[in-house]
Write a protein that binds this ligand. Sequence first.
Ligand code: GDP
Length: 606
Amino acid sequence: MTQPLRNAAIVAHVDHGKTTLVDALLRVSGAFHAKQAVAERAMDNMDLERERGITILAKATAIEHRDHRINLVDTPGHADFGGEVERSLSLIDGILLLVDAAEGVLPQTRFVLSKALARRLPCVLVINKIDRKDARAAEVLDEVYDLFIDLGAEDDALEFPVFFTDARKGLCRTSPDGEDSDLAPLLDTLLEHFPAPEDDPAGPLQFHVTSLDHCEYLGRLSVGRVRSGRLAVGDPIVRLGREGQTGPVRIAALQRYSALKRTSIEEASAGDIVIVTGFDEVEIGDTLASPDDPQELPRLHVDEPTIAALFRVNDSPFSGRDDSRVTSRELKARLENELLKDVSLRVEATETADAFSVSGRGELHLGILIERMRREGYELCIGRPEVLTKEDENGKLLEPFETVLIDVPEDLVGTVTGGLGPRKGQLIGMTGAGSGRTRLEFEIPSRGLIGYRDEFLTATRGEGILNRLYAGHRPWAGDIPQRKSGALVADRPGKATTYAIEALQERGKLFVRPGDEVYEGMIVGENAREDDLDVNITKEKKLTNMRSSTKDATTTLSASHGIELEPALAWIKNDELVEVSPSSLRLRKRFLKMADRPKRKKKVTT
Ligand code: GDP
C-alpha cells in the first residue's frame, strides 16, 4: 500500500525562522539520528539569498509523521520570481504560513499569500519567535487576519489553525499564553487541515514538470507532481511539450524528497512529488505521460517579462584575466541552461553572434542571474536594462506598471514620496499612521523603479522594505528624468594614480582608487557636467612638483567608492556597459577607442 501523503508549501519572509522550524519538525519526525549534526540545515539558503534578504529558488523536503509523509516545498519570497511562486503553489494543497512574532507580516509575504488565496489553498499559521523580548504575538495575529481580509479572503479562509512557536527550542502552543508542547500537535494539524491529494492513481499517467534540476550522474531531472496514474523505473513515457509529442523513452531513475536528501524509489503514484530522469530535452510546463494514453495537462501560466538587457561577450582589454568563461559559446550555453530552469526568463539572439537580449521580471531577477553567473566564473558585459513596451489595439504605447508596497519608519514617509514623485509614482494608499511604521502603496511605471531599490535602501538607512508586484501594461507615463551627468572616461591604459585622482576630483565623482588598472574607454567617474570627458587618470606627478611624497601617500579620497551591480546597471546610458567578471565590476563605453565615439568632448589633461 502506498504511504498517505500531504503536499504543502512553506511561506515565510527570510529570517523569520523557516529553516529552524523545518529542522525542528524533522527532529520530531525522527529524521535526525544522533550522529547527524542537528545544526545541519534542511532548507539552507544560498549566500546570495541571505545577502539580498529573499528566497530565490524553491526547494523541497519531506517530513514523516504518524506513517504519513508531508512533502514540504519552499516558496520564493519575491514578486520578481512570480513564475517560481506559481509553480511551487501548483504542486501543493496547503500552505504553512510562518510569521515572526515581532516583525509581523512583511510585504514580501503578501505576494505569495495573494497567489495562495487565489488558489483557495487552506492555511496553517505559525507565529514564530514568541520568546523574543519584543514579541507581540497577539497583535501579529490580528495583522494576519487584516491581511487576509485585505487580500479578499472568503470567511472560511479565515478559519485557519494558529500555532505560536519557539522554533529554536522546538516548542509550540495554541494561544500566546498557553502551555508549551513539542511540535507534534503542529504536525498533527498539518495532516488534519490539509487535504490528502485527490489525484487518481488508476488514471492514465500524467506528470507535470514544475521545475528542473541537473545531476552529474543522472543528467536532467524533472521535478513535479504525479497528477494521475503511476510510474515506475523502466516504464516507457512520452513527453508532451510545446512542439508536440516526443519519445517514448524509459524512465531511467525515480527519486523523492526525504528529510535532507533525495532517495531513489522504484515507483510512485498519483499525488506524490517526485523527480523523474529520462528526458534530457524536457521543459518546465511539459507533461510526461503514458504512450498508450497521452493526455496533456494545461501548461503553467508564467508572468511575462517586463525588462530586458543586452548580455554580451566581454571584449574589453581585460577580458579573460580572471581565467573565466568568456566566449560567446559559453555565454550562450549558460543562458540556455538557465532557460531550462527559469520560465520567467527569455533569451533572444541579436544581430551579432556575441550578444543576447535577456528579459526577465525585473532588474533584481536579471541582477541575480548576473551575480550567479559571475560567481560561477563567467565574464560578460551588460547593457542598460529597458522596459518591454507593447501597443494596444489602437496602436497606443503601453509600458509595464507595478504596485509598490513600502514599509518604512514614519519619519521617512516624506523621503519616500519625494523620491518616487519624479519617477512618476502615484501614492494610492497609506496605512499604519501613528504606529511608528507606515505602509505606503504606489503605482509606478517599472521604468521609474530602475535603480530605485538602492536609493531606497540608502534613504531609509536599510530600515525600509520594498516589494513590487506587476500590475499590467498601461499607457506610457511620459518622461522620467534619467542621469544627466556625463562620464569621466580613461583616455589610455595604465594604473590610476593618486595624483591624477586628486586633480580630477573637482570634476566629478570618481569610481577608481589609486593603483586600479584602467583601459582606454573605461569609465573612471561621473562628470559633474553633461558631456563625457576623456581624462588621463594615470598621470604621474611631475618631479618638479614641490609636494612631499608622504602627503601624497596619505591623501584621502572623499568621493571614491566601489561599484555595485544593480546601481551600476541603472546608472549607465545606452552607449555604456557594465563589465562583470568574477573579481570585478567596471563601467565602460560601448566603443572603447576615443575615435569611435561620436559625441565626445575634447580631451582634457590634468
Ligand atoms: P529563515 O531565513 O527563515 O530560514 O530563518 P532561520 O531559520 O535561518 O532563522 C533566522 C534566525 O532566527 C536565526 O538566527 C535563528 O536562530 C533565529 N530563530 C529561529 N527561530 C527562532 C525562535 O523561535 N526564537 C528566536 N529567538 N530566534 C529564532
